[in-house]
Design a protein around this ligand. Structure first.
Ligand code: ASP
Length: 397
């Protein structure tokens, strides 16, 4: 714009309606070849623009908008950061289950067989869901979900559990309640139809945590829980499996975790009152010594729940889970190192156990309803269900 009287008048008029800032007027004055007009422009701009009420209002509005935008941005950043570190899913209830981890071969698991496994896992999830959706407790949901899998001959728990060297089942199970830190367990039981219920009865009706062998069977009978003759538990595939193990390794070889043991079952849940619970049930390792007890009924190894952190159920090579206190370690990493559920369970399953050579996985849920299902084996039967009632089931990676 040329510096003359007309352009000055024009700018001055726009300045009053705050269409132009005082800087533009001063800019014009600066380039003015006539010093007289230049100083007149400078003087007028000071009067017209700086004191213009409309310009002042515009400045005030601009300042307010900048402040609101800054506060808003800070608020959203804060929320995003909280979400990242706290995993604030805030589910009102949820259930997560497993049906064992190990080498699950895609060629051996035919379409029909896979459908059978998925059907039982879905039934287990839906059974637990019905309890949680009607305001039932996480403990009830966990026990009911586990019971469905114990009753299925497909899994290594209850009916269809693996056989020990003597050709009989010895069943282990545990439950733990996150609100009270109470726990109950049975181990090496031979007659209890649903070991998960016996574990719960130990927790609720005795001052003890763990009952084993004939003592556990007698306790179940005494409390009126259904018991069965040893034949009820034994299935033909398990007889065949034991024969193969014995033929291959010889009767005196020690059992270890492998594809033959897959099928331990477990559940962890958060209920509408914010209480966590976990439960696990297993026949242990196929061809195990009589009296061998794995991690499932050991509180802090294969099963753990604390409302302050999480509920965990494990599956895998039990001796490693016992030695590394897997379930409790996950809870401790959350409690003392403030890791999220996912970080804590990954740390233990994917680092600690892998380094030690312990195959397996866990399912876990925290007090906000976040879930984690890490496993370091080829596969793990697993699933979860939330308030929407849609069951999610997976087997492979
Ligand atoms: N953890 C179980 C045990 O060692 C077996 C398994 O989960 O596969 O008894």
């Amino acid at each position: 714009m040329e510096c003359n009287k007309t352009s000055f008048r024009l700018l001055k008029a726009r300045c009053r309606t705050s269409e132009v800032a005082v800087d533009s007027i001063l800019g014009l004055a600066k380039q003015c070849p006539s010093p007289k007009l230049g100083s007149a422009i400078r003087m007028k701009s000071g009067i017209s623009c700086k004191t213009s009420p409309s310009n002042k209002r515009a400045k005030r509005i601009e300042w307010m908008l900048v402040t609101i935008a800054t506060v808003g941005a800070l608020f959203f950043c804060g929320c995003a950061m909280m979400k990242k570190t706290d995993q604030t899913t805030k589910e009102s209830f949820c259930l997560v289950i497993h049906g064992g981890a190990g080498v699950i071969s895609r060629t051996e698991l035919t379409g029909r067989k896979e459908a059978d496994y998925r059907a039982v896992l879905e039934e287990s999830l839906q059974t637990g869901f019905r309890i949680l959706a009607t305001n039932g407790t996480s403990l009830d949901a966990v026990a009911a979900a586990v019971r469905v899998m114990e009753d299925s001959p497909l899994f290594n728990a209850g009916k269809g559990a693996v056989l020990n060297q003597e050709g009989v089942v010895e069943l282990d199970a545990a439950v733990m309640e996150g609100s009270t830190l109470k726990a109950g367990a049975v181990a090496a039981a031979r007659e209890i139809r649903n070991p998960i219920d016996a574990a719960r009865a130990v927790m609720e009706r005795t001052p003890h945590v763990l009952l084993v062998g004939p003592g556990a069977d007698a306790f179940a009978k005494e409390t009126g829980l259904p018991t069965e003759r040893p034949e009820y538990f034994i299935t033909e595939p398990r007889r065949k499996q034991l024969r193969e193990i014995m033929d291959k390794k010889g009767a005196r070889s020690e059992a270890s975790h492998g594809n033959s043991n897959i099928g331990t079952v477990g559940a962890a849940a958060l209920d509408q009152s914010g209480n966590l619970a976990a439960g696990t049930s297993t026949g242990g390792l196929a061809g195990k010594r009589m009296g061998r007890v794995g991690d499932s009924p050991i509180i802090g190894a294969g099963t753990f729940a604390d409302n302050a952190t999480c509920a965990v159920s494990g599956t895998g090579h039990g001796e490693f889970f016992i030695r590394y206190g897997v379930a409790r370690d996950i809870s401790d990493l959350m409690k003392y190192r403030k890791l999220t559920l996912q970080q804590a369970s990954d740390e233990v399953v994917m680092k600690t156990l892998v380094k030690a050579g312990g195959e397996g996985g866990v399912i876990a849920v925290d007090h906000s309803g976040n879930i984690a299902m890490p496993f370091n084996s080829e596969g793990m039967y697993r699933g979860y269900i939330r308030q929407d009632g849609k069951p999610h089931v997976s087997i492979y990676r």
